[in-house]
Design a protein around this ligand. Structure first.
Ligand code: G
Ligand code: G
Ligand code: MN
Ligand code: NA
Length: 254
């Protein structure tokens, strides 16, 4: 069977699930939230990486069905993570261009919030620069409606797309996620250090939160603390993990 047919089958069979990667405060290392990352456990192929199916789902439209499921599952599970943590957390969910263009998106998001009973502010949507640039009029209208529900917006992979500083002014954006391409050679790379500095300073002046992605060691973490990056995500502070493991980590008091 084709990969496409296998994917439709997989949705029906419940072969998709979510991994959760901690987003932590850089200074205290307390977990403030999790990014939900889609995974596919195929009965024969084993674990299929998103790089092998997200693009296809985007082309064949299945991403809308998958995306609706991700939103619901992430919100419902966040609520449980929070109960264990005993404090408020948030969940960060990736939204693809096709999902963002789908006129059902807002209704699906509202359903997920209602079903889970969580507050809008506990949901953060990760979108890419391309989404904003391809149809800015639609993007602005939709983002305003999303913001009206208290749901926050992050720019994912910041600095790698068709960046225009104008969109930081135009759209209601809350968070910049600094792409791991700019983190991986820190603190040694003079250029990457300069780029991180400028992005962090820009964010500070615009009152935006920042998350450094792909933090893999203590040196990178300490550099980011010194530069005032309050949130980090990466293998050093927590790998993407099963929901049950995320529950255990919180139970242990992280
Ligand atoms: O988890 P990582 O392993 O491999 O994810 C690879 C990419 O897949 C990420 O850059 C992310 O943008 C994308 N991705 C992961 N989960 C989802 C999801 O639920 N929806 C969408 N649209 N993309 C996702
Ligand atoms: O594009 P997006 O930022 O949504 O994708 C997140 C991706 O980054 C996921 O594939 C996740 O597994 C991966 N990731 C998370 N932490 C690290 C890290 O420390 N190093 C590397 N190389 N990848 C990471
Ligand atoms: Mn992301
Ligand atoms: Na990213």
């Amino acid at each position: 069977v084709s990969m496409e047919a296998a994917m439709f089958e997989a949705v029906r069979n419940g072969e998709f699930f979510l991994h959760y990667q901690p987003i932590v405060h850089s200074g205290t290392r307390e977990i403030v939230g999790f990014e939900a990352l889609m995974r596919w456990m195929h009965p024969e192929l084993g674990l299929v990486a998103p790089s092998q199916f997200i693009q296809m789902a985007e082309s064949n439209g299945l991403i809308n069905l998958l995306g609706a499921w991700v939103l619901k599952a992430a919100c419902v599970q966040l609520k449980r993570l929070q109960e264990v943590a005993g404090r408020e957390l948030y969940v960060s969910v990736n939204v693809s261009p096709r999902q963002f263009r789908n006129d059902q998106f807002l209704a699906l998001m509202d359903d997920a919030l209602k079903l889970s009973g969580m507050e809008g502010r506990q949901l953060l949507l990760e979108i890419t620069e391309g989404i904003l640039m391809s149809d800015p009029v639609h993007a602005e209208a939709l983002l305003l409606q999303i913001a009206a529900r208290g749901v926050r917006i992050a720019i994912d992979d910041f600095g790698t797309g068709y960046s225009s500083l104008a969109y930081l002014k135009r759209f209601p954006i809350n968070t910049l996620k600094i792409d791991r391409a700019f983190i991986k050679d820190l603190p040694g790379s003079v250029k990457d250090a300069a780029i991180c500095n400028v992005v962090l300073s820009l964010a500070q002046h615009l009152n935006l939160a920042t998350v450094a992605e792909g933090v893999e060691n203590e040196e990178q973490l300490q550099f980011l603390v010194r530069q005032g990056c309050t949130l980090v995500q990466g293998y050093h502070t927590g790998r993407p993990m099963m929901f049950a493991d995320a529950m255990d980590v919180l139970r242990a008091g992280a």
